[in-house]
Write a protein that binds this ligand. Structure first.
Ligand SMILES: [Zn+2]
Ligand SMILES: [Zn+2]
Length: 137
């Protein structure tokens, strides 16, 4: 059991259930997962868990800012751990979704100046063709 997740849950006043910790572990290992992927994985350890329970937990964990939604146009809704800020690249051909750790400060600053908004988070998805797919084209 990952102690950090237990701490995170407690810090947000959430009940620490083995299912929640297992979900966070799986998402940590896989980077990004959709609800069905999470459900299938957790079912291996907790066969009686329902999809509805998984959904409810995801919503709770998103509201607590432990998980974050990743919205990519060509993809099913995915979830990841809400730790560091990063942007995503998606391959239009094979659907691969990757993290890209680049400094988004410039973009945030520019957006704040142009829009007058206070910017507190970045959720950007850039779409293209991955190196593997462009090789076989
Ligand atoms: Zn690809
Ligand atoms: Zn990500």
């Amino acid at each position: 059991m990952d102690i950090q997740f237990v701490k995170d849950l407690k810090a947000k006043n959430l009940k620490v259930t083995p299912q929640r910790v297992a979900m966070l572990n799986e998402i940590k290992e896989n980077g990004h997962m959709d609800v069905d992927e999470i459900y299938l994985k957790i079912k291996e350890f907790y066969p009686s868990i329902s999809l509805a329970t998984i959904y409810k937990n995801i919503i709770t964990l998103c509201e607590a800012n432990i998980l974050r939604e990743v919205k990519a146009p060509t993809q099913k809704q995915k979830y990841e751990l809400a730790c560091d800020k990063h942007i995503h690249v998606v391959c239009e051909k094979c659907g691969k979704l990757e993290d890209l750790k680049i400094d988004t400060k410039k973009l945030e600053k520019l957006t704040a100046t142009k829009s007058g908004y206070k910017i507190y988070d970045v959720s950007a998805v850039l779409i293209g063709i991955c190196p593997k797919c462009s090789e076989s084209m």
